[in-house]
Design a protein around this ligand. Structure first.
Ligand code: SF4
Length: 64
């Protein structure tokens, strides 16, 4: 599974990092960074939850 993170849309709320810390990080400005290119199966559910919770709509599931 792959995730797309639009750093221009991210507002730095940090929900993604709280929800799936193995997949998402924030840079010094609080903007989302992906820690993995391919989300491993054990992190997929949390990664997907983060996509749903992101308040700015910056995250998208690209493929399963
Ligand atoms: S939850 Fe969305 S807005 Fe918040 S840091 Fe993550 S990508 Fe950015």
């Amino acid at each position: 599974m792959k995730i797309a993170a639009d750093r221009g849309t991210c507002i730095g709320a940090g929900m993604c990092v709280l929800t799936a810390p193995a997949v998402y990080d924030q840079d010094d400005d609080g903007i989302v960074e992906l820690l993995v290119e391919d989300v491993p199966p054990q992190d997929a559910e949390a990664a997907r939850q983060a996509v749903a919770l992101c308040p700015s709509g910056a995250l998208r599931v690209l493929e399963d």
